[in-house]
Design a protein around this ligand. Structure first.
Ligand code: PMM
Length: 294
């Protein structure tokens, strides 16, 4: 069955991040009012984003959760406004009420960073849409706990370490989604870089994308501006080393976009859409020239 968002295209879709929050680590407060958020969402779409991912809950370590009404207030006017402009919208939420309202307003993707663990009723919202023959895409990310406690869950002691752990737990989330009635052919999986993971865990996962692809679903990767890139690029002349500022990690993110595109992922979740689209163009042209047959 052909799917407008999931059909293989050879190179990744680019999802632009639009956090309508006062406190996200990367862009908190910048798009917190509706007009600023709409203007930024339109800019991301004009730059060529395949999707704009609208989120109303910060997942930075230690963040306070908004209540449902607060999250709806942040997200819904932005989803509605972007959909009215013809922008393909994804909603970044762990809550069934928010997912349902955003889907009713025209969102094409539910991006659930908890993969249905935080609020299993999200799976019912997606399943209901699928029963009504909707093309709604469900992104299930690997997650273990809410942000205020996730660092305590960053250990993967079983055989195969973090890669085997994430493959097994994502496989469980996929099975739970399908058991709830979600169409397996409309699920995307995401290793959840930085969520209950150390920097080393993130690198191990990026080095093992084929193992995640073995789950049989398209993959989304979100490395943009995350602290493992800040640590990689830290100034080591200070003691302790000073992480590279959030706003100065983009070249490294483009490198991640490039390697993830070469590994065949479905999507890249990024703040700088243009920069990752450039990386995607390079990979596409390199492939056309026979690059990955060498
Ligand atoms: N990361 C963040 C938020 N939502 N969704 C998916 N699917 N994958 C991610 O890696 C992801 C996400 C946190 O980053 P942000 O604060 O810059 O949005």
């Amino acid at each position: 069955m052909s799917h407008p968002l999931l059909d293989p295209r050879g190179t990744p879709r680019v999802m632009g991040v639009l956090n309508v929050t006062p406190d996200s680590f990367s862009d908190g407060g910048r798009w917190a009012d509706v007009d600023a958020a709409l203007a930024h969402g339109r800019r991301l779409a004009a730059e060529g984003a395949d999707l704009v991912d609208v989120g109303g809950e910060s997942t930075r370590p230690g963040a306070r959760r908004p209540d449902v009404a607060e999250e709806l207030d942040r997200v819904l006017p932005v989803v509605t406004g972007l959909v009215a402009d013809g922008v393909a919208v994804s909603v970044d939420t762990m809550r069934a009420e928010v997912a349902a309202a955003a889907v009713a307003a025209g969102a094409q993707v539910v991006n659930d960073v908890s993969g249905g663990l935080a609020d299993p009723a999200v799976l019912d919202v997606v399943a209901d849409a699928h029963r009504a023959s909707s093309d709604l895409v469900y992104v299930a990310m690997h997650w273990r706990a809410h942000s205020h406690e996730m660092t305590g869950f960053a250990s993967y002691d079983g055989p195969g370490g973090v890669v085997a752990g994430v493959v097994a737990e994502l496989g469980d989330r996929l099975a739970a989604a399908v058991a709830a009635g979600v169409g397996e052919d409309r699920v995307v999986l995401d290793p959840g870089l930085g969520f209950a993971k150390t920097g080393d865990h993130n690198w191990s996962l990026l080095a093992a994308l084929p193992a995640l692809e073995a789950l049989g679903r398209p993959l989304l990767v979100g490395a943009s501006r995350k602290s493992f890139l800040g640590s990689l690029l830290a100034d080591t002349t200070t003691e302790p080393p000073t992480p590279r500022d959030v706003g100065e990690r983009e070249a490294a993110n483009v490198a991640v976009s490039t390697l993830a595109a070469c590994a065949g992922v479905w999507g890249l979740r990024v703040h700088d859409v243009r920069a990752s689209l450039d990386a995607v163009a390079v990979v596409r042209r390199w492939r056309a020239a026979g690059g990955d047959r060498a």
